[in-house]
Design a protein around this ligand. Sequence first.
Ligand SMILES: [Zn+2]
Length: 56
Amino acid sequence: MISLIKNLNYIGIMKAKFKTSCVECGDQISPGKEIAKNESGTWVHKHCAPEALEFA
Ligand SMILES: [Zn+2]
């Protein structure tokens, strides 16, 4: 849905600039992966931050 995409942009989906690990799933986040902030303000995989959709 278009509104969902808008919300994702609003909360600031971005691409990882360096290698880090996702606190939600424990997996690696590789540079270039899309990331988003979880409810704690920590960058996680975009798909690991379902709460982000509620921010808007
Ligand atoms: Zn993750």
